[in-house]
Design a protein around this ligand. Structure first.
Ligand code: NDP
Ligand code: 8X3
Length: 250
């Protein structure tokens, strides 16, 4: 029987690459995001390979999260794997210059959004007595870097939630694990720098960063292990990256 996977943040970057890889590997896919046109395009592309359903909602809008998950048709409603991936950094400023809207966005999306989606899906997994939750953290979940303050705080919180979820869901046989990527070239930096594509491109200059497909590969590996294997915490950097702040550039 094919497994059903719900991926938040599937319209770009890591989430999109994961949806593409899993679709080709015969998983049934639910893709989520706010950008309707991208969801429509991706649904069309993935439908060549598998059954796909799109949900258009903002993870930080709790009513929308519960309404959308509740609206899933029966054939998609038994979710085997949840990939909590939606999120972004907004800004890269010293704490004293931080923008309140940026802070609220990061807390509402990266942290509260992940909790809302999890809360909507966990009861289904408990009822099924099986399930797998992958939380996408970051090296920013493990290390704080200058000007990363609130983004790092939200990702440290994801690390803590991942550990707590794993303990609380342990009696129900539900697998829980986090993957913490380092620098991955996606739309992440464009969002962080509010559409400044030149500044975003500079982040990845002079070295070979991770690609979204590298993380998709790892997610595929993690979810395809035998059910008694739970990869609970994984940090992945490109070879040129030695720590959150140390990168060998040409
Ligand atoms: P992208 O900007 O390419 O993708 C972000 C995805 O999140 C998009 O699909 C976007 O969809 C979705 N998203 C953002 N805000 C919301 C929201 N409010 N509601 C619903 N969906 C939302 O970045 P990445 O692929 O790089 O990021 C994916 C995850 O990986 C994030 O959690 C990020 O923190 C993490 N990460 C990224 C790293 C990197 O270097 N790129 C490294 C470590 C972790 P839409 O706009 O359509 O809603
Ligand atoms: C994304 C990687 O280094 O910009 O989480 O925090 S970094």
């Amino acid at each position: 029987m094919t497994k059903t996977v719900l991926i938040t943040g599937a319209t770009s970057g890591i989430g999109k690459a994961t949806a593409q890889l899993l679709a080709k590997n015969n998983y049934t896919i639910i893709i989520c995001g706010r950008r309707k046109n991208r969801l429509e395009e991706l649904e069309k592309e993935l439908s060549q390979y598998t059954s796909v359903y799109s949900l258009e909602f903002d993870v930080s809008d709790k009513n929308a999260v519960f309404a959308n998950i509740d609206s899933l048709p029966e054939t998609f409603s038994n979710i085997d794997v949840l990939i909590n991936n939606a999120g972004n950094a907004h800004g890269l400023d010293p704490i004293q210059d931080g923008n309140l809207d940026d802070w609220e966005n990061m807390i509402d999306i990266n942290l509260k959004g992940l909790l809302y989606v999890s809360k909507a899906i966990i009861p289904k997994m408990i009822a099924q007595k099986s399930g797998h939750i992958i939380n996408i953290g970051s090296t920013a979940a493990k290390q704080v870097y200058p000007n990363g303050n609130v983004y790092c705080a939200t990702k440290h919180a994801v690390d803590a939630i991942n550990k707590g979820m794993k303990m609380d869901l342990n009696p129900y046989g539900i697998r829980v694990g986090a993957i913490h990527p380092g620098l991955v070239e996606t739309e992440f930096s464009e969002v962080r720098f509010k559409g400044d594509t030149e500044k975003a491109a500079n982040v990845y200059k002079g070295f070979t960063p991770l690609k979204a497909e590298d993380i998709a590969d790892i997610i595929h590996f993690v979810i395809s292990r035998p059910y008694h294997v739970n990869i609970s915490d994984m940090v992945v950097m490109c070879t040129a990256q030695g720590s959150a702040t140390l990168v060998q550039r040409e």
